[in-house]
Design a protein. Structure first.
Length: 280
């Protein structure tokens, strides 16, 4: 049977981190790396206190990094606790940060490129004005253009390659965080016992439903809002997910049976009270 078009368009769902570590360990490492990266927000605050002049773009980036670092410090501890709401929020936070970080990087790259062009044009203009006093007017300008092209040409492609490479790494890390949050949600709600491929494709009940304990109050509304986007990804089931869940349930039931047998009191035999035939 040929694979359907939806299987090609399905978002990748890593099972491990880099093929070596579990998703939980990978989520912890990725979150800690992001927390260290966002610690630059504290340096921005120190720069403001010392009177260092910052542009509006730099100031907004430092404030954003500071707020994100505080939020990450709260959410990271819930990775091992496997809290559905906090892990879902962590996944969305990492995805949004990847988009925002790409936007900041693009903005800074454009500003840097425009300033470099402006500085090179200013240097060429100053050299041409001095040439008007005695040297040929066009020779130094051509040398200035050639020097600016030679100095700027190697830097720009390498910078673009590095930006693209780091962006691809961030995309993979986002998939790891999302896959772990998805596994936490599906472990919490469990899988339905319906058989067949069509039933397995139906999304499970939301852990943030109004009638559920996690669906109460503002936290429940936030969970329903986050899970409404990509509901099929967060709660959808595949045959691989069902087989994995069945194996986990089998192992859990076996371990529970062993523990119950080890803690059960020894059986006592009750002596028979039936009397034998009486002798006459």
């Amino acid at each position: 049977m040929a694979p359907s078009r939806s299987s090609y368009l399905r978002l990748p769902r890593p099972k491990t981190f880099l093929g070596l570590l579990s998703l939980q360990t990978g989520a912890e490492l990725v979150s800690l790396a992001l927390l260290i990266n966002k610690a630059i927000g504290f340096y921005g605050v120190l720069a403001i206190l010392t009177g260092y002049s910052l542009s509006a773009l730099q100031l907004s980036m430092y404030i954003y990094s500071l707020l994100l670092a505080v939020t990450l410090a709260y959410l990271i501890r819930h990775i091992r606790k496997q809290s559905p709401l906090q892990n879902l929020a962590l996944a969305w936070l990492y995805v949004l940060d990847t988009i925002i970080n790409t936007a900041y990087t693009t903005a800074f790259a454009i500003i840097w490129y425009l300033e470099k062009i402006h500085n090179s044009n200013g240097a060429v203009g100053s050299e041409s004005s001095t040439d008007a006093n005695g040297a040929p007017e066009g020779s130094t300008a051509r040398r200035g253009d050639g020097y600016a092209a030679q100095s700027g040409a190697p830097d720009t492609p390498m910078s673009i390659v590095l930006i693209v490479a780091f962006t691809l790494v961030r995309v993979y890390f986002s998939l790891v965080i999302m896959a772990y949050a998805r596994s936490v949600l599906q472990r919490f709600i469990g899988f339905s016992d319906a058989d067949g491929e069509e039933a397995s494709k139906q999304p499970s009940l939301s852990p943030f439903a109004v009638a559920s304990p996690l669906g109460q109050g503002l936290a429940g509304k936030l969970g329903r809002a986050m899970i409404s986007v990509g509901r099929g990804y967060w709660l959808g089931q595949t045959k691989e997910d069902e087989e994995w869940a069945r194996s986990i349930n089998v192992r859990f039931s076996r371990s529970r049976r062993k523990s119950s047998k080890s803690t059960a009191p020894p059986a006592t035999t009750i002596p028979s009270t039936e009397a034998g035939p009486s002798s006459q």
